[in-house]
Design a protein around this ligand. Structure first.
Ligand SMILES: [Zn+2]
Length: 385
C-alpha cells in the first residue's frame, strides 16, 4: 500500500506528550501526518511535510484519534423502552430487565441479530469510534453465548465473554449450578471466541466470591479479565479487580477511597460510563477522585438496551466533561488512550509514529469543539487505514 499524506490540519491530537505542545494530548498545530501501510509513519509541522503518492487535505480542520469504546453490549435483540419510560415516570415496574433481552435475543434469527449489531456498530463508527469492545451475555446458554461471540467477532477482535451477566430463568434457585456451568463448560466453549471474560459483580448480580471463581478460571483459560463493579452498591468489585490484576473495572459509581488506592496500585483502569448514569438518573460519578488518586480513567458508552442505549460517542464525551468534572483534554484522552489501556492495546488510542492510523476529522479547527458544540455532525470523516 502506498503512503498517504494528510495535511492542512489545524490541530492534530496525538496523545503523545513528546509531540507538539507537550501537553497530555500532544497537540501539533498546522500539522501533517503520513500514513503507511495502515500505521502513522510521520507526524510534524506541515511546512516540513514529505511528499506522498496520495494526499488528503484536512482543509484546516482538527484531527483526533478515533475513540476506543471499551465497554459495549451491542449484540442483542428487542427493546426495553417500556422499562425506560416507567423508570422516567417514577413507576415501580418489572419488565424482566436483562432476562427480557435474553428472551428476545435467544429468539432472534442469526441474520437479524447480525444486522442489528452491525447497525449499532455503524452508528458508533459514525460518531467517531474506531475500536469497539463487544460483550456476549444476552443468551446465557453454551451454544447461545458462542453464537453471540461469533457475531461480535465479525466486527471486532475485542470480544468479551459475559456468561455471568445474570442467572437465567431455567437456573432460578440453582445459582451455584449456573456459576459452575459458566466457570467450566461455557467458559471452555467460549474461550476460543473471546479475548476477555467479564462478570457483573454487584449487589443483586454475582457476588465477589462467585466472580472470583469465574474470573480465575478465565485467567487459567488464557483470557484477559475485566468486570462490572460497584455500579449499584459498594460491592467489592473494584477491590476484586485490583486483587486479580484485571485490565479494567467498569462503572465504579460507589467506589471508596480504599478501592481507589487499590486500583492505583494494581494499574487497573477505572472505566466510567456517564450515559449509564444519565439514563438511570444516578448522580454522576466524580471522575476527579480517580485522577487525583492516580487511577487511570477510561470512558465508554456501555451501549445496552437497559440502561444506556447510546450509540452517540460524542454525547458520552460531553457528559464526562460537563457532569463528571473532567477537562476537555482529560475526557478526550480517557476516551482514546484510556480506552486503549483498558483493552491492553498500545497500537490504538493515539496518533504517534507506529500507532494505527485510526482518526476522526472534525468539522472545525479546534478539538475542543467536540464538547463545546453539541452539533449533530461533529465529524466530517472517520478514517481507518
Ligand atoms: Zn455493561
Amino acid at each position: 500500500m502506498s503512503a498517504t499524506l494528510i495535511t492542512n490540519i489545524a490541530e492534530l491530537v496525538t496523545n503523545s506528550a513528546n509531540l507538539g505542545d507537550g501537553s497530555l494530548l500532544g497537540v501539533v498545530t498546522n500539522a501533517a501526518l503520513v500514513v503507511d501501510n495502515g500505521y502513522v509513519a510521520w507526524v510534524g509541522n506541515a511546512l516540513d511535510e514529505p511528499s506522498c503518492d496520495e494526499r488528503i487535505d484536512a482543509q484546516g480542520c482538527a484531527i483526533v484519534p478515533g475513540f476506543v469504546d471499551s465497554h459495549t453490549h451491542l449484540v442483542f435483540a428487542g427493546s426495553r423502552d417500556d422499562e425506560f419510560a416507567a423508570r422516567m415516570s417514577g413507576e415501580a415496574y418489572d419488565g424482566g430487565g436483562i432476562l427480557k433481552t435474553v428472551s428476545a435475543t435467544r429468539a432472534a434469527p442469526e441474520g437479524a441479530l447480525r444486522e442489528l449489531t452491525k447497525q449499532r456498530a455503524l452508528e458508533l463508527r459514525q460518531s467517531g469510534v474506531t475500536t469497539v469492545e463487544i460483550k456476549s451475555g444476552y443468551d446465557l446458554t453454551v451454544d447461545g453465548e458462542m453464537r453471540l461471540l461469533r457475531l461480535a467477532g465479525e466486527l471486532t477482535s475485542e470480544t468479551t465473554f459475559l456468561g455471568a451477566h445474570t442467572v437465567p430463568r431455567e437456573y432460578q434457585g440453582r445459582r451455584d449450578e449456573y456459576v459452575s456451568l459458566v466457570a467450566n463448560e461455557m467458559l471452555t466453549s467460549c474461550a476460543p471466541l473471546a479475548k476477555w471474560a467479564d462478570v457483573f459483580c454487584d449487589q443483586g448480580a454475582f457476588s465477589v466470591d462467585e466472580a472470583r471463581v469465574i474470573l480465575t478460571a478465565a485467567q487459567r483459560a488464557g483470557l484477559g479479565i475485566r468486570l462490572h463493579g460497584d455500579q449499584l452498591a459498594q460491592s467489592g468489585g473494584a477491590r476484586l479487580a485490583a486483587e486479580l490484576g484485571a485490565a479494567s473495572v467498569d462503572h465504579c459509581t460507589y467506589v471508596t477511597g480504599t478501592d481507589l488506592e487499590a486500583l492505583a496500585a494494581s494499574g487497573t483502569v477505572a472505566t466510567l460510563l456517564p450515559t449509564a448514569e444519565l439514563f438511570t438518573r444516578t448522580g454522576p460519578t466524580d471522575a476527579r477522585r480517580f485522577l487525583d488518586a492516580g487511577v487511570s480513567v477510561a470512558i465508554a458508552t456501555d451501549c445496552n438496551p437497559g440502561t444506556s442505549f447510546v450509540t452517540n460517542a460524542v454525547l458520552t464525551l460531553q457528559l464526562a466533561v460537563t457532569q463528571m468534572g473532567l477537562s476537555v483534554a482529560e475526557a478526550l484522552y480517557a476516551f482514546t488512550a484510556g480506552g486503549a489501556r483498558a483493552l491492553a492495546r498500545s497500537d490504538v488510542g493515539g496518533l504517534a509514529v507506529g500507532q494505527r492510523a485510526h482518526l476522526a476529522l472534525l468539522n472545525g479547527p479546534r478539538y475542543v469543539d467536540l464538547v463545546y458544540r453539541a452539533n449533530p455532525q461533529p465529524f466530517r470523516r472517520v478514517l481507518t487505514f
